[in-house]
Design a protein around this ligand. Sequence first.
Ligand SMILES: NC(=O)c1ccc[n+]([C@@H]2O[C@H](COP(=O)([O-])OP(=O)(O)OC[C@H]3O[C@@H](n4cnc5c(N)ncnc54)[C@H](OP(=O)(O)O)[C@@H]3O)[C@@H](O)[C@H]2O)c1
Length: 328
Amino acid sequence: MRAVWYDRQGPANEVVVQGELPTPEPGLGEVRVQLEASGVNPSDTYRRRGAVPAEYPRVIPNSDGAGMVDKVGPDVSAKWVGKRVWLYNGQRNGRWMGTAAEYISLNADLVTPLPDHVSFAEGATLGIPCMTAHGCVFVAGPVQGRIVLVTGGAGAVGHYAVQLAAWAGAMVIATVSSDEKAQRAKAGGAAYTINYRTEDVGARVRDITGGEGVDHVVDVDFGGNLAAVLASVRDSGSIAYYASNGALNPEMPLRTLMAKNLAVHGFVLPTSRHAQRKRAQTDIARWIASPGRILSVDGTFPLYETAAAHLSVEQGGKTGTVVVECAR
Ligand SMILES: NC(=O)c1ccc[n+]([C@@H]2O[C@H](COP(=O)([O-])OP(=O)(O)OC[C@H]3O[C@@H](n4cnc5c(N)ncnc54)[C@H](OP(=O)(O)O)[C@@H]3O)[C@@H](O)[C@H]2O)c1
């Protein structure tokens, strides 16, 4: 099969190579997916760059993807063959072979049917971004009738968090950094937006909520946003964070956390609980069954330009997910 890989970590245009590798056979409990699209997430670039120690001598990058099941291994129903699917945790959890290739074999548990009205490129945006959004929106319980603050509500994860929380019946407040991003968050279902660069987030949230604060926060930058989030969340509320690029070791105001009886949940998709991930797959399948959801593809690159796709993610400023087209 045609594939892209790296044998050492480093800058994309120095370490990423392309060529032919043996097509993987599906093992026990596995399906093989003929890939059409591969999603590039920031964590795929961190791994390639060397931000985490190398786990394997060779890596086909990228966790997420979408395509058609073309073969199943022992103990897997033949009904999967021919099904359009999206997948997550490709190059993760013991697998060196990710989705920047024509085929991937992985546990049938990690694939979910993709409806015909969702393109493969859109399907490749669902893995890390939407699964993470789901994990963070629902980790503290149902959000129906609750007020949820999503920081970075126009980001790949943040926009799915806005949409899933609104779908589940929450009133959503999103922080953004521009009018354009405010429009995007509102199109996803945010009732209110706050420009976190120019406005006092805590004051605006208290104003919107009649002084009460929000029940739950989905946060893109726990360390960087800590003061604003603590000023926004109500007593006995909760915070789920999935990144902390503004400060990885923030000074923690423990008395405030304690006095407000807050629950703080960190979230990382690959190691999150299996039951939580199964529920996310089920909910996302229900959610995308209705047309009109916003699944954002920032741009597409041919397979052999995967290095350029990684560079594009590293440059920042993407809207949604950068996608590699595996058959192109
Ligand atoms: N834990 C996990 O499992 C997991 C899963 C997915 C992603 N992540 C991490 O989450 C981060 C975002 O990923 P992504 O793919 O969603 O990136 P993205 O598409 O670039 O979105 C990030 C968004 O957050 C906004 N933002 C940045 N700092 C902010 C702040 N302090 N307050 C409010 N908004 C802020 C950005 O907009 P402005 O710059 O315009 O404000 C942007 O809209 C990355 O660091 C990624 O590695 C973690």
